[in-house]
Design a protein around this ligand. Structure first.
Ligand code: DLL
Length: 438
């Protein structure tokens, strides 16, 4: 596309000194991206026509709000390659977004897209305090999921020594960490907790390991999980956000000294936050659904993609790039239990504040009549031998807290440590009986 002249994959962040300079670059790139999508993807030509807009209508960044949204359903309707804006032969890699039901969302990359992705991902690792020469243990899944390969090429681009372990076989991973002495761990937070358990099972002290920095993401995780990861693994934990549709990991990340909030690489991805019901663009600082527009992607340009992730735009920390708040919920993971909106992260926070319970939990939805019932399964940190009385009393305490703070009656079942399934990749928090799979 090259609308800005320079090669987008060369990192020019250090040259972006002012907000005006950034907005100028964004507008120039936005015009190119919208035109590229419109000229090469039938879907955009149709959807723009429905709204009566054309690429020439983009005179300011605010004009983007006149363009239609792109949704997950549009990916489905154009499955598998219908949204690609380049001939298939120019697509050198395919990934999919994780999703457990139905057809996956398919994404494609040109060689240029892979180079830009690696550059943005390398920024995340660098801004978390890593340096060329550091050893990076990557325990995100490799394969169609973007986590493994996305982290991999970013770390290589930074000049790190990459250990591409993928997820699974935690006992063996602990041995590798002990032997290879990596500086950096990249994994889903739930898998990092599994690794902490595996360290304990081997009788090794993870706090004394070589790990310095953790880049954790791909699923929501709370401040309490951050504390647990930092204390148990003896590292500084950073939040890493991304989604396959935009590229994968590396869309936004926490930076050293830059918390709270994750710096979003606005020079390549333009953010808006909208009211999920009306679609209106909200002012910075207000919470709503994150909508992302890619500015430099070739194979799969996204114009106003509705991520379904709930967050807010925060002011820049250093330099001109804005940040987003940590993503703790999605518009579509909200449960309605007896008429009450319940977000899994609310329950996670209550679990964390009930002493003696581990951060690992599972939700089970059942339906007998017209309403959903919710059962929360959670593990204790330690095994109790008291005929189940301690488990029942913890369950009672948590049930009361949920009733008080969330306003809904649920069933809580407390299990001994190690009872809940340990998934190697993202944790599937919700299993539904009698309702379509999540
Ligand atoms: O999860 C990409 C990724 C890999 C990000 C590794 C970070 C690290 P998808 O499978 O397409 O891509 O899932 C994207 O996961 O829309 C969010 O709902 C959720 N998600 C990703 N990162 C975070 C995070 C990858 N740091 C979906 N916090 C997104 C909360 C996250 N949710």
């Amino acid at each position: 596309m090259g609308s800005s002249g320079a090669d987008p994959a060369s990192d020019q962040l250090d040259e972006l000194n002012s907000v005006e300079q950034l907005r100028h670059l964004q507008l120039q790139r936005l015009r190119g991206s919208i035109r590229h999508a419109w000229e090469n993807v039938a879907h955009y030509r149709r959807s723009f026509a429905t709204r009566g807009v054309e690429p020439g209508d983009v005179r300011t960044l605010e004009d983007l709000a006149r363009f239609p949204f792109l949704s997950k359903q549009d990916f489905r309707a154009n499955y598998p390659f219908g949204l690609f804006a380049v001939p298939r032969e120019k697509v050198v890699r395919i990934h999919t977004s994780s999703g457990t039901s139905g057809k996956p969302t398919v994404v494609g990359y040109t060689a240029g897209d892979l180079a830009t992705w690696a550059m943005l991902m390398s920024r995340c690792i660098r801004y978390a305090g890593a340096r060329s020469g550091d050893i990076v243990h990557i325990a995100y899944d490799y394969g169609l999921f973007t986590g493994g390969l996305g982290a991999h090429y970013g770390a290589e681009r930074l000049g790190c020594t990459v250990i591409p372990v993928s997820s699974g076989r935690s006992g063996w991973q602990v041995e590798l960490i002990d032997d290879f002495r990596p500086d950096i761990l990249m994994a889903t937070p739930s898998y990092a907790l599994n690794l902490a358990d595996a360290f304990e099972r081997r009788g090794l002290d993870a706090r004394g390991s070589s790990l310095r920095i953790g880049l954790f993401g791909a699923e929501p995780w709370s401040e309490d999980t951050r504390t647990a990861l930092q204390e148990r693994l003896g590292l500084e934990a950073f939040d890493l956000y991304g989604l396959a549709e935009v590229m994968g990991p590396g869309v936004a990340c926490e930076t050293l000294g830059g918390q709270p909030g994750l710096t979003l690489w606005e020079d390549h991805i333009y953010p808006e936050v909208i009211d999920p019901h009306s679609g209106e663009v909200l002012p910075d600082g207000e919470e709503g659904e994150l909508v992302l527009t890619t500015l430099t992607k070739e194979a799969l340009p996204l114009i106003r993609y509705r991520t379904r992730d709930i967050t807010r735009l925060l002011p820049a920390h250093r330099g001109p790039l804005r940040r987003i708040g940590r993503v703790s919920s999605r518009t579509d993971d909200m449960l309605v239990i007896h008429g009450v909106n319940v977000y899994p992260t609310q329950l996670e926070a209550l679990i964390a504040h009930t002493g003696g319970l581990s951060a690992r939990y599972k939700l089970e939805l059942t339906r007998q009549g017209p309403l959903d019932d919710l059962t929360l399964h959670v593990e204790t940190l330690e095994r109790h031998d008291s005929n189940g009385a301690n488990y029942r009393s913890l369950a009672g305490e948590l049930t009361r807290r949920v009733k008080t703070y969330v306003g809904v009656s649920i069933t809580v079942v407390v299990h001994p440590p190690g009872s809940l399934e340990r998934a190697p990749g993202k944790m599937t928090r919700l299993s539904e009986r009698g309702i379509a799979a999540y």
